[in-house]
Design a protein around this ligand. Structure first.
Ligand code: NZQ
Ligand code: ZN
Length: 392
């Protein structure tokens, strides 16, 4: 399959790289910066102070706006847009994880376009630009530091929606693996699941003809699994933090989708409804639904799942491709459990009613306006069955 590959983000990777933030903003022509951050981890770690100092040294003024929550909210985006207009901000700096970067991207769309920013997420119109953004990453997970997408939750109806365009890609991403050493184990492991899933979503497709892309994908998944295990025992292992951090970017900058036609993405769409309604950690939510999705769709393309079992888990075939496909799915769930991740909604800590499941399935399929997935095109009835299988 033909493809476009566009990764304009300058990556500054390694220990102490956050000290270069001021220089990097200056290089991009920023004079007045919004420093956007989350619930306080960057304050407690002293990172925010270091970033402020770095900006001051480069003669750049700034205005801070914290309080972004996981599954970032539209109200905070609107607050950011108002503040940036009042303060004449010309560059946006995200200091945090996927939630902070995504909130920053949405603010960037709001500033560069007229009208209501939610219109883009609601598929009413497309953006014509985005204010320039840089990121200082503190958690390896969503890959937003190099991706073209952002995901925002509208509190009015608790609707979580993604919007993608090349305009929002970060101009630079500062990645110091040491900054991720303060993460709780649950967030580290949830991040690792999300990283693997960004490649797995692309891997499960109907055009399995790109040997090079498959090889990159399989190495990426195996590397993240190995290093997630190392971090479970020693969260301070720098090399493991570095492997996982670089994987987070490569897994979602488009590389593992080159030539595959785009990938499936149903698990992500199914999980986003859980994030919107129950506010769960995104990676953990993915682990909770993936096995049910895989069991539901694998008969459409068992050979692909069998390859996954062979390449990721070294499982051998004894003539029964379906059995091998299923064994691979079980192995992946075994890995999730060993990482302390859930493999059902109950293990995720939620117990949706039948009615809530129906509502999520309808929202997921935009009330009959779309199907999700490629391996098998899923309508609301299919998605409902997958939620019921995942309920546990
Ligand atoms: O808010 P603070 O106090 O910073 O705490 C955060 C948050 O509670 C904490 N944390 C982050 N860095 C830390 C830290 N705690 C201690 N030490 C550190 N160094 O971790 C928690 C989770 O942070 P969050 O930013 O929510 O994590 P993640 O990067 O997993 O982002 C999740 C969001 O990204 C979206 C998800 O749907 C979810 O809303 N996604 C965005 C994508 C994209 N833009 O390309 C793709 C993904 O598929 C995903 O959908
Ligand atoms: Zn994800």
């Amino acid at each position: 399959m033909g493809f476009e590959y566009f990764t304009p983000t300058k990556v500054i990777f390694g220990k102490g790289t956050e000290e270069k933030t001021g220089e990097l903003v200056k290089e991009q022509g920023g004079h007045k910066v919004l420093i956007h951050y989350g619930g306080g981890s960057v304050v407690r770690s002293g990172l925010l102070d270091r970033i402020c100092r770095s900006l001051e040294v480069s003669g750049i003024s700034y205005v801070p706006l914290g309080g972004v929550v996981p599954n970032p909210r539209l109200s905070k985006v609107r607050e950011g847009i108002r503040l940036c207009r009042e303060e004449n901000v010309d560059f946006l700096l995200a200091v945090g994880g996927g939630s902070v970067i995504d909130s920053t991207k949405a603010i960037g769309y709001g500033l560069a376009n007229e009208g209501d920013v939610w219109d883009f997420y609601d598929r009413k119109r497309t953006a014509k630009g985005c204010m320039p953004i840089g990121a200082v990453l503190t958690i390896a997970a969503a890959g937003s530091e190099m991706s073209d997408s952002s995901v925002i939750t509208n509190e009015d109806g608790w609707i979580k929606r993604g919007y993608s365009s090349n305009y929002c890609r970060c101009r630079f991403a500062v990645m110091n693996p040491e900054l991720t050493c303060t993460l709780p184990d649950y967030q580290t492991q949830s991040g690792c699941v999300d990283i693997m899933m960004h490649t797995m979503e692309r891997y499960f497709n109907l055009n399995d003809t790109m040997e090079l892309t498959d090889g990159i994908s399989e190495t990426l998944i195996r590397t993240v699994m190995k290093n997630a295990g190392i971090l479970k025992k020693n969260p301070l292992d720098y090399n493991a933090r570095a492997e996982v951090m670089w994987a987070s970017s490569l897994s979602h900058n488009g590389l593992t989708g080159c030539g595959t036609g785009g990938g499936d993405w149903a698990s992500h769409q199914i999980e986003h409804e859980l994030g919107g309604m129950f506010d769960v950690a995104h990676g953990a939510g993915l682990a909770a639904v993936w096995g049910s999705w895989a069991r539901y769709v694998y008969p459409e393309h068992p050979e692909r799942f069998a390859r996954f079992a062979r390449q990721i888990f070294d499982l051998e075939e004894d003539g029964d491709v379906n059995a091998l496909a299923l064994a691979g799915i079980e192995k992946m769930e075994e890995f999730y459990r060993s990482a302390g991740m859930p493999t059902s909604l109950r293990e995720l800590g939620i117990d949706p009613t039948d009615e809530q499941i129906r509502e999520m399935a309808e929202k997921c399929c935009f009330f009959g306006k779309r199907t999700v997935g490629v391996i098998k095109k899923l309508d609301a009835a299919d998605v409902e069955k997958i939620y019921l299988m995942a309920r546990g």
